[in-house]
Each structure stands twice: as C-alpha cells, then as structure tokens.
Design a protein around this ligand. Structure first.
Ligand code: DC
Length: 230
C-alpha cells in the first residue's frame, strides 16, 4: 500500500543485522522513501577485501593492511544501475559480491587497522545526515548518536534461502542451498564473535524479525517509528 509522506527532517537511520536479513533491499527502499542517501558499509569492507586480494595481502598482515588503507581512496557513486564502488579510481563493483570476497571482507573486518580506517570514511559519509546506513556496527560504534536505529534479523534458514535465490536470480549462479547456508553461518559467527565492534543490537535499537514479514511490512514498521520521532 502506498503511503503519503510529508518531508522528513534529516536524521541518521542505522540498520544493522546479519547477512541475508534483507538489510540492503530495505535500506535502499527506505532511503528512497525518505529522500535520503543510502550508505552500504559492507561495500567498503568488500572494497578493502578486493584491494587486499589483488595485492596478495594475508589477512593477518596488519602492516601491509595499514599501508594498503593509507594509499586507498574509496569512492561510492550512485549511478542509474545502482551504487558503483571505485578504489583509487578503479571500478570494482562487479567483483564485490563473490563468495571469496564475502569471506575475505568478513576476515579483514576483524582487523583493527581496517576498522579504524573505515570508521573515518563512514563518519565522513554520514556527516551531512539524511542517510540510511546499513552494516554491522552502525548503531553501536559508527553512529551511536543516530536518531533511529534498527536491528534486522530473520531465521537463518530463511536468510539462506533468500540469499540463495538472490544469487540464482540476480547473478545467474547455481550454488547449492547448503553451501550458501554454511558460508552464511560461518560469516555470522566471524562477525558476531570478533572482539572489535561485533555484530550486536545497540541497546536503543528497534528489533525487527523479518522471518514472517514482507518487505512492505518491514518498511511500514520503520516508517511508523521514524514518523513518531520526527
Ligand atoms: O553487509 P555485507 O555482507 O556486504 O558485509 C560484508 C562483511 O563486511 C561482513 O561479513 C562483515 C563486514 N562488515 C562489518 O564488519 N561492519 C560493517 N559495518 C559492515 C560490514
């Protein structure tokens, strides 16, 4: 159902949660409805993973990662076909979502040199407010002052099924459901048990379990909350 919106004042909205919970689709839709920018922070970790892979950097080589980050300029550009990610002017968008880069992104995201570098990048990107920021630590670490925080979760089997479908429909890949679920659970484990900025709901986050909800229902819940706090 379409709802008529009045203009929203510019705030920071954060959406954290595990892989496959629907964060990306929902963040984009919500940003669109609010007239806000959409900040995909997973894409930043993925960009670092691509650059580290290209330079053959081992995930525990903090010195090499530090030097990589020092020389790295990541540019997020919106285009007609969605967000483009440039690393030192090289468009790496098409390489961000392979299973190998997903695992590498999760691994580099546990390193403090990488998190420190991206913390600055993310805060600069959120400076102007009017942003929907999606990730793992948006409400807890990067934007603790955000006015609206959501933690989006869903049953792991459902999340794996959604991710599996997405890979088949959007990417034309044919992985087994079991392999998608196994990798997703491994990533969840890495992301929520690391010592730095682990995936966890902020104390003041609104928790939404999307297992039995449609996209529309999730968006409505979020908009209701954002309208209340305007
Ligand atoms: O959201 P995503 O699946 O594109 O994120 C890829 C990896 O990046 C994820 O496994 C963990 C890491 N990440 C993070 O540690 N903190 C964020 N704010 C976003 C992503």
């Amino acid at each position: 159902m379409e709802r008529v919106q009045k203009p929203f004042k510019k705030i920071i909205v954060t959406i954290d949660g595990p892989a496959g919970a629907g964060k990306t689709t929902i963040s984009k839709l919500l940003a669109d409805k609010l007239g806000y920018r959409y900040l995909d922070t997973g894409a930043l970790y993925r960009a670092v993973a691509v650059a580290a892979t290209d330079r053959g950097i081992a995930v525990d080589d903090d010195l090499a990662l530090e030097s990589l980050c020092r020389d790295m300029v990541i540019d997020l550009r919106s285009s007609a076909d969605g967000l483009r990610v440039l690393v030192n002017q090289d468009d790496v968008t098409g390489r961000l979502r392979t299973p190998q880069i997903s695992m590498m992104a999760s691994a580099v995201s546990a390193r403090s040199v990488v998190r420190r570098f991206l913390l600055t990048v993310q805060r600069q990107l959120g400076e102007q407010k009017g942003v929907v920021a999606e990730g793992r630590d948006m409400g807890t670490v990067v934007f603790p002052q955000a006015e609206a925080k959501f933690f989006l979760d869903a049953d792991p089997h459902i999340r794996a099924r959604r991710r599996h479908e997405e890979l088949i429909v959007q990417k034309g890949e044919r992985p087994s459901l079991e392999s998608v679920e196994k990798q997703m659970l491994q990533r969840d484990h890495n992301d929520s048990t690391r010592s730095l900025a682990p995936l966890q709901p902020a104390e003041d986050a609104v928790r939404i379990d999307s297992t039995h909800l449609t996209l529309d229902q999730v968006i409505h819940q979020m908009l209701d909350y954002i309208e209340q706090i305007q």
